[in-house]
Ligand binder design. Structure first.
Ligand code: SAM
Length: 231
């Protein structure tokens, strides 16, 4: 599915979120700036898609950023963006250092490799959330940070109801029409509805061995940023 929508993925992201997706990723990068400012920090952006969070992170500090996704078509786009970046060279730390084709549930990285692992709008798609959290924990250094940016269902009320109407009725129609894949944009609201509530995800993170778990809700509660550290 992600491979099929890759050609129009960025365009539809910006259109369907009314450009808010850029704000959410930029805000995430700002929250993680203290780590990104460390020249020795190693960062992995998982389920990176076309790389927008990885680029936002790389711009926010000199830390070394790599990114991974299992969709080859998404990575082709990410690499094209990287190549198109003015002045990008292999030693340019304002762009991600590399994009890897890898399954988030079975990462090709050694234990304790990263100071920060991020994932934006990808974690919800994993086949097994607990295994995903364990695999991320494996590749994090002790004390390393995990940041998960994900959609969330806003609480009931006028704003929440309006959001649900938009996501369930309008978004699948526009997304289906413009991407050529009607199912992908039906899958989006359905997968958000069956995903954890923010407090449920926080408690799973605690159970799996993360500490200092916290989250903030943005845009009427439609997006949550969870952060935690490996203990
Ligand atoms: C909704 S896109 C998000 C892309 C990007 N992070 C962003 O902010 O736009 C979800 C991505 O997760 C990837 N993905 C889903 N399950 C995965 C897995 N098990 N391993 C690696 N990538 C996965 C998909 O290929 C897709 O590119």
């Amino acid at each position: 599915m992600f491979t099929e929508i890759a050609p129009r993925y960025d365009f539809l992201n910006h259109l369907l979120s009314l450009e808010l997706d850029r704000v959410w990723r930029a805000r995430t990068a700002r929250r993680l700036r203290p780590i990104m400012q460390r020249r020795d920090a190693r960062v992995l952006d998982l389920c990176c898609g076309t790389g927008d969070l990885a680029f936002a992170l790389a711009r926010s500090g000199p830390a070394f950023v790599v990114a991974a996704d299992f969709s080859h078509a998404m990575l082709v786009r990410a690499n094209a963006k990287r190549a198109g970046h003015t002045g990008s060279t292999n030693s340019d730390l304002t762009v991600p250092a590399g994009f890897f084709e890898a399954d988030a549930l079975q990462l090709p990285f050694a234990d304790a490799s990263f100071d920060l692992v991020t994932t934006a709008f990808g974690f919800r798609n994993l086949a097994n959330y607990e295994n995903g959290l364990r695999e991320i924990r494996r590749v994090l250094k002790p004390g390393g940070t995990l940041a998960i940016l994900e959609f969330s269902e806003p609480p009931p009320g006028l704003a929440g109801d309006l959001y649900r109407w938009y996501c369930r009725k309008l978004l699948p129609k526009i997304g289906g029409l413009l991407s050529g894949n009607p199912n992908a944009y039906k899958y989006l609201p359905a997968s958000v509805a069956r995903f954890f509530r923010p407090d449920e995800l926080a408690s799973l993170m605690n159970q799996v061995g993360y500490g200092s778990v916290s989250y903030e809700l943005w845009t009427l509660g439609s997006v949550a940023l969870h952060t935690a550290v490996k203990i």
